[in-house]
Every structure is written in structure tokens, then in C-alpha cells.
Write a protein that binds this ligand. Structure first.
Ligand code: SOE
Length: 389
């Protein structure tokens, strides 16, 4: 498809991620004034009052109550999927067949098979898929990637990654879609382990084999619905069985010989959104924490003895990736800017015809890792990730 400098967006869904993506589209031209301009063309959702209100709040010019209508429209270049996971494959494949580029929230799909079908559909249609692993686009993570690629850490020995949350610890927190296997596929595994798997793959490379386990601490919950952000409303009179994991943990070998330790849980009391990664190499280490996301901790073994230790780099200097799009040094950015950086990069790649990652191949690889953790949790054995799907 011939792309203009305007990218016309059709979004399917309008809850938490719909808000995050729409905000990024609106702010993108403000900071990246030479990048292609996203045009919020239409948004789709089944509930007419809900989608109309979202169109108004987010700034979309029109709305549809059936996503199929959105995909048929010839005034849309990119379909952005921000709906629950069990809908991703059908919408993405239909969008690709209709010649639209596809942005999809993580995890890409419910299964590796679905993820492969989505990857094949975009390839066959000659359109481009993007999976929204936004945390790669924190400037500190991009800078860590540069340091690792330049060999500043030397050979990589260890990856230590944790995604720690606590928003469902109350046993009365209801059985929302994010806790129902038929809608979400898995629990903490697909929702948040997927993010640290992406960070680890981005920084260190492919995971080849792993052994892991899943745990569900609260097995019965009241029924209920998400009501915005990570809040929910509860039905006091009915309960249901939880059939996804509350927590996931696994050990992994990487293709380059590194050893990984991963933990993802929604039961780490006091940790609201603790997405952390540490990489240890022969010449140095880096560590990062989303809740302090502008800072990268860097340790370099070449430092003078006595002065060795982790130093804190505030990644807002003009030398740091994406920093010059924003504010003078020290004027920090936040969670929402990771999406702006991601979309600015993707839209520029659509116009230039150059590759942009994370793409649907990354989504497939990520899904293989998630499937391997599930398989290992069932058998208690190491699983060869490369042989999945
Ligand atoms: C809830 O766990 C959630 O919103 C995830 O769905 C997002 O992917 C993560 O970025 C923050 O937490």
C-alpha cells in the first residue's frame, strides 16, 4: 500500500490500552514533528453509547459498532487491536486480508498456532504487524541495548527479570476477563511475563530452553467486570473458578549461553507495577526498574578499584535514545511516552519501508516461550522452546 505522511488509524476496543494508544497518537506529532502524523479516523466497539463516548474522549472522528465495518473502510491504513486476547487473531487476520497494517496488544494470541496464523497473514498480505511491547521503547532500555550491542558488558552471563504486581491480591477481586482462560489464554504469564520475556529477548537474544511453574493462589472469586484501568465491579451473588495462573516462574537458557531467571506475579504485595530487569556480563552489568524508568543503573568493571559500583544514568541527555524529542536533560518522561516512541518508530518504518520490531515474528517467539512455560509447568520437565509450533 502507498503510504502518505498521514497514517489513518482504526482502533478496535477502547478501554485501558485504547486510552494509552489514543493518547500516544494525539501527542506523537507534538514531540516528533517530522514523523508521519496519526489521524484518529475511527474506533469500534459493540456498545454504541460506550464507543461513542470513547470516540469523543479520545478524539476519533467517527465510530463503528462492528469491527468488520472498520476493516472494510478505505479511509483507514492501520487497524489497532486493543481488545481482549481471544479476539486478536480473528481481527488481525481479517485486517491483513483487507490490506491494512496491524498493531496488536500483547500477548499476540491465545496459542502459538494462532500467533503463527497471524504472522503468516501479514506476510501473505504484504502488510506490517507491530506487537505492543512498549517497554522496549523506554529510553533507558534502548540505551542498555546500545551498551550491550557495543560489547560494553562483554559476554552476557545472567538475565534476572521480574514483573511484580499486586492488583488482584484481595480474594474478593472479581473474576474479570483478565482472569478467565477462555478470554485471556493465561494469567500473569501472558499479561506480564510476556513483557519481561520481550525485554530479555531484545537485550540478550533468544531463549532456547526453559523449565517453569505456574501457581494459582486464589481458586474461586466473585464474578465481575473490569471498570476502567485495573479496577473492577463485583457481583456479590455469584462466584466462579479461576483457571489461569496468578504467578509464573521459570529458569531459561539463552542461545548465547546466558542463564535467565524470570518471575511474574500479581501477588507481590506492595509492588504496583514493578517491571525490572538486570543483565550481568563479564565486563559490566545494567539494571532497570519501570517504576524509576528514566534511570539506568550501570556497573562497569573497568572503573577504578574503590570507585566501582552501580552508577545511575538519568537517560534524558541528548545522547540517549528518544530523549531529544522531549525536554531538556533531567526533565523526565513517563509510561505513556513509551507508546509514543514505539508508534513514532513504527509509523516512520511504514513510510520508509524499513523493518520495525517488535513485529509479529517477535510475537510468535514470545508466544513460544509462554507455551513452553505452560508445558513445563504441566510435565515438570525442561522444554525445548525452539521445537514449539
Ligand atoms: C495489567 O497487568 C497491565 O496493565 C498489563 O496488561 C500491561 O501489559 C502492563 O504494561 C501493565 O499492567
Amino acid at each position: 500500500m502507498e503510504m502518505t505522511k498521514e497514517i489513518r488509524i482504526g482502533m478496535v476496543g477502547y478501554k485501558f490500552m485504547g486510552k494509552a494508544h489514543s493518547h500516544a497518537y494525539r501527542d506523537l506529532p507534538f514531540f516528533f514533528n517530522e514523523a508521519p502524523i496519526p489521524v484518529l479516523t475511527a474506533i469500534a466497539g459493540r456498545d454504541e453509547a460506550g464507543v461513542a463516548a470513547a470516540a469523543r474522549q479520545f478524539g476519533f472522528a467517527s465510530f463503528e459498532t462492528d469491527w468488520r465495518k472498520l476493516i472494510e473502510r478505505d479511509d483507514i491504513d492501520v487497524i489497532d487491536i486493543v481488545t481482549p486476547n481471544n479476539t486478536h487473531a480473528e481481527i488481525a487476520i481479517a485486517a491483513a486480508k483487507a490490506g491494512k497494517h496491524v498493531i496488536c496488544e500483547k500477548p499476540l494470541a491465545m496459542t502459538v498456532e494462532q500467533a503463527l496464523a497471524m504472522r503468516d497473514a501479514v506476510q501473505a498480505a504484504g502488510v506490517r504487524g507491530l506487537i505492543c511491547h512498549n517497554y522496549r521503547f523506554a529510553p533507558a532500555i534502548q540505551y542498555a541495548k546500545q551498551l550491550i550491542a557495543e560489547g560494553r558488558l562483554g559476554r552476557i552471563y545472567h538475565v534476572r527479570a521480574q514483573y511484580l504486581q499486586d492488583w488482584i491480591m484481595d480474594p474478593q477481586f472479581p473474576l474479570v476477563w483478565r482472569l478467565r482462560k477462555d478470554v485471556t489464554g493465561s494469567g500473569a504469564l501472558g499479561d506480564i511475563a510476556a513483557h519481561i520475556v520481550d525485554l530479555a529477548r531484545f537485550l540478550v537474544g533468544e531463549i532456547t530452553e526453559l523449565t517453569g511453574t505456574l501457581e494459582t493462589f486464589i481458586k474461586t472469586r466473585p464474578l465481575g467486570e473490569m471498570s476502567g484501568g485495573l479496577s473492577a465491579t463485583r457481583d456479590a451473588n455469584a462466584t466462579g473458578e479461576v483457571d489461569v495462573d496468578d504467578a509464573a516462574a521459570f529458569l531459561a537458557h539463552f542461545a548465547n549461553g546466558a542463564l535467565g531467571v524470570f518471575e511474574a506475579t500479581r501477588f507481590a504485595g506492595g509492588n504496583r507495577n514493578g517491571n525490572r530487569i538486570e543483565v550481568s556480563g563479564e565486563k559490566g552489568s545494567i539494571r532497570w526498574d519501570l517504576e524509576n524508568m528514566n534511570n539506568l543503573q550501570v556497573y562497569l568493571h573497568e572503573d577504578e578499584p574503590g570507585l566501582q559500583g552501580f552508577r545511575t544514568i538519568n537517560c534524558t541527555e541528548e545522547q540517549h535514545p528518544f530523549a531529544s524529542a522531549y525536554w531538556p536533560a533531567g526533565h523526565i518522561i513517563g509510561y505513556e511516552h513509551t507508546f509514543i516512541n514505539l508508534f513514532a518508530t513504527y509509523f516512520q518504518s511504514l513510510v520508509d519501508g524499513t523493518p520495525c520490531q517488535p513485529d509479529f515474528d517477535d510475537g510468535v517467539q514470545n508466544q513460544r516461550v509462554l507455551a513452553a512455560v505452560e508445558a513445563s509447568s504441566q510435565t515438570g520437565r525442561w522444554v525445548d522452546v525452539t521445537s514449539i509450533g
